[in-house]
Design a protein around this ligand. Structure first.
Ligand SMILES: NC(=O)c1ccc[n+]([C@@H]2O[C@H](COP(=O)([O-])OP(=O)(O)OC[C@H]3O[C@@H](n4cnc5c(N)ncnc54)[C@H](OP(=O)(O)O)[C@@H]3O)[C@@H](O)[C@H]2O)c1
Length: 414
C-alpha cells in the first residue's frame, strides 16, 4: 500500500493536535486519500522536552534533517512567527512538498510568495487554519463560492478579544480583570498585544481579502483599533440600548478599491454577531447571488485548529487546484451613506450639523450621520468617541424611535 509521509513543524498546541488526529482518524484519512498517512518527522525547538511521540518518528531541531528524508510529501507547519518558518516552507516547496500552515502572521506577510512558488513547483498550499480556527471559511470561499461576486466580508476573527468583551459585559468586570482571566484560561498569551490591539485580526483580514478579491487593501490605509479602549462604562451604556460591542474585521470593495477596517463596533439583537460570545468566531460573507451567509464556530484551540489543518492535508494531498477566479468586476463606488453611531463625550449643541437633544443613556447618544461629520467632530472635541452600529435599521423596529427635533436624527430607546 502506498504511504503519504508527513512532517509536522512545531509540536505545541496545534502541532500536537495534528499528530493526534492523524493517529485517531487513520482509517478515515486512508479512505479519503487512498493512502496511509504516516508522520515521518516532527521539528521542535527543544529536543529535550518529553513528548508523547512514537519512537519511529524522527524528532529533531534541525530542519535540514527533515528535508533529507528519503520520502516527504507534505509539510504541516505550526510554529510561531515569520522566520524561520517562511524559509522552511520555501525549502519544502522547492523539495516539491505540499504545505499546510496555521501561521497567520507569516502567511499575511509571505502568502503571495509561497502561493506563486507552489504554482511553479506544481504543489498546493493549505492555509485554512490561519483564519477563524476550525471554521471552513477559506475552503468555502475557494471551492464553494466560485461564481458569486463577493462584495464584503466581516468577521469576529479574534477569540481572545471576543472572550474579553463577553466577560466584561456578563460579569461586569474591567478590561484588566477579563484579560487576566483569558490568560489563566490559556486564551491569551503572556504578551496579549497581537490579540487585543487588533494585529491578529488584521493579518487574518488580509488573508481573507486575498482569497475573496484576489488582492489586499493597502495595509497602511486599513483602520486598525483594538479593544483596549473599551471601558465598562461604554459596555454598560451599550447594553442599556440593547447593543453589544464586538471586535469586527471588515474588508469590502468600493469601485475597484479594496477597503479594510479592524475595530470595535456595536451590533443589535438582529445582527448574527450579537450572539457570538466567548472564544467563538464568526464570518459573514456578502455576495451577489446567495446574499449573506454566516459561518460560526470555534476560532482556536488544539482540535478545532488541527481539524482545519487535517482537512487541508486532504485538500493538498489530492493536489486540488484553486477554482475561484477573480472577475475584475467593479462594485458601485457610492457616496458614503449616513451610518448609525453611538457617540459619547459631547454635551448640548456642538455645531450646526449636529444638535443633540436627547440622551438615551446619560452622556451617550445614538445618531445617524456621515462618517466624515464624526471625524470632523472628533477633530474639534478631543473627548469625543464614536462607534459604528452595524445594520442598525433592523434594530429600530420596536426598540428605538426617531427624535425629529434635532438637525441630525437622534434615536431614543423606547
Ligand atoms: N493555538 C491556537 O489555537 C491557534 C489557532 C490558529 C492558528 N494558530 C497558529 O499556529 C501556530 C502554532 O501555534 P501554537 O499555539 O501551537 O504554538 P505553541 O503551542 O507555542 O507551539 C509552537 C511550537 O513550535 C516550536 N517552535 C518554535 N520555534 C521554533 C523553531 N524556530 N524551530 C522549530 N520549532 C519551533 C515549539 O517547540 P518547543 O515545543 O520545543 O518549544 C513548539 O512546539 C502559530 O503560528 C499560531 O498563530 C494557533
Amino acid at each position: 500500500m502506498t504511504v503519504l509521509k508527513v512532517a509536522i513543524l512545531g509540536f505545541g498546541t496545534v502541532g500536537e493536535g495534528v499528530y493526534r488526529i492523524i493517529q485517531s482518524h487513520a482509517d478515515e484519512l486512508q479512505k479519503v486519500i487512498g493512502k496511509k498517512v504516516e508522520v515521518a518527522a516532527c521539528l521542535v525547538k527543544n529536543k529535550q522536552k518529553a513528548r508523547d511521540i512514537h519512537e519511529n518518528v524522527l524528532v529533531t531541531d534541525d530542519f535540514e534533517e527533515i528535508l533529507g528524508l528519503p520520502q516527504l510529501d507534505i509539510v504541516v507547519e505550526a510554529i510561531v512567527g515569520k522566520e524561520p518558518t517562511f524559509t522552511y516552507l520555501t525549502k519544502a516547496i522547492q523539495r516539491r512538498c505540499h504545505i499546510v500552515t496555521a501561521n497567520k502572521e507569516m502567511f499575511a506577510h509571505h502568502g503571495n510568495e509561497l502561493l506563486e512558488l507552489a504554482k511553479e513547483y506544481h504543489v498546493s498550499v493549505g492555509f485554512e487554519a490561519t483564519v477563524a480556527g476550525g471554521i471552513p471559511v477559506i475552503q468555502t470561499l475557494r471551492q464553494l463560492l466560485q461564481v458569486n461576486r463577493i462584495s464584503k466580508i466581516q468577521g469576529i476573527l479574534n477569540g481572545t478579544s471576543n472572550f474579553i468583551l463577553t466577560e466584561m459585559r456578563e460579569k461586569k468586570q474591567s478590561f484588566a480583570e477579563s484579560l487576566l482571566l483569558a490568560q489563566r484560561n490559556g486564551y491569551a498569551e503572556a504578551d496579549p498585544t497581537n490579540d487585543v490591539e487588533g494585529f491578529d485580526a488584521f493579518y487574518k483580514t488580509m488573508i481573507l481579502s486575498r482569497i475573496a478579491f484576489g488582492e489586499e487593501p493597502d495595509w497602511l490605509t486599513v483602520e486598525r483599533e483594538g479593544i483596549t479602549g473599551i471601558t465598562s462604562e461604554l459596555i454598560n451604556a451599550a447594553e442599556k440600548l440593547e447593543l453589544r460591542f464586538k471586535h469586527v474585521a471588515s474588508v469590502w470593495k468600493e469601485g475597484n478599491r479594496i477597503i479594510g477596517s479592524v475595530k470595535p463596533v456595536l451590533v443589535g439583537k438582529e445582527h448574527p454577531f450579537y450572539h457570538v460570545e466567548g472564544v467563538e468566531n464568526a464570518v459573514n460573507v456578502h455576495s451577489d447571488i446567495v446574499g449573506r451567509i454566516t459561518l460560526q464556530g470555534p476560532g482556536a484551540g488544539m482540535f478545532p485548529t488541527a481539524s482545519a489543518m487535517i482537512e487541508d492535508l486532504v485538500y493538498v494531498s489530492v493536489n486540488q487546484k484553486d477554482k475561484r477566479c477573480f472577475s475584475q468586476y467593479q462594485s458601485q463606488a457610492k457616496e458614503q451613506p449616513d451610518e448609525f453611531w453611538l457617540i459619547h463625550g459631547i454635551k448640548g449643541t456642538v455645531n450646526s450639523q449636529i444638535t443633540v437633544i436627547e440622551e438615551p443613556v446619560e452622556g451617550f447618544f445614538v445618531i445617524k450621520a456621515a462618517k466624515k461629520e464624526l471625524e470632523h467632530l472628533a477633530l474639534q472635541h478631543k473627548a469625543v468617541r464614536y462607534f459604528s452600529i452595524l445594520e442598525f435599521e433592523k434594530s429600530l423596529v420596536g426598540q428605538f424611535e426617531i427624535n425629529e427635533n434635532s438637525s441630525i436624527q437622534t434615536f431614543i430607546h423606547i
